[in-house]
Design a protein. Sequence first.
Length: 84
Amino acid sequence: MGTPACNITIIGLSTGGPKMFKPLFSGMPVLDCSIILVQHMPGYINANIATSIGQLTRMKVKLAENEESIEKGIIYVAPSGMHL
């Protein structure tokens, strides 16, 4: 039997994107999917973005890591300058 499917939602944001964090994530319940957030940003604010989103939702939020398996119920923030 194969690996179970995992639904993934991808959100891409650029300039002005952070002002959308509150409307997008505020009160968001833990979803049965993964969310990948790609925000055009300088590298020095990567952790701040993840922390800001984590304060708005009950979902786990983390910076995506190289070769990491995607799991449901987690919001992955793409680090600056990286491809996912």
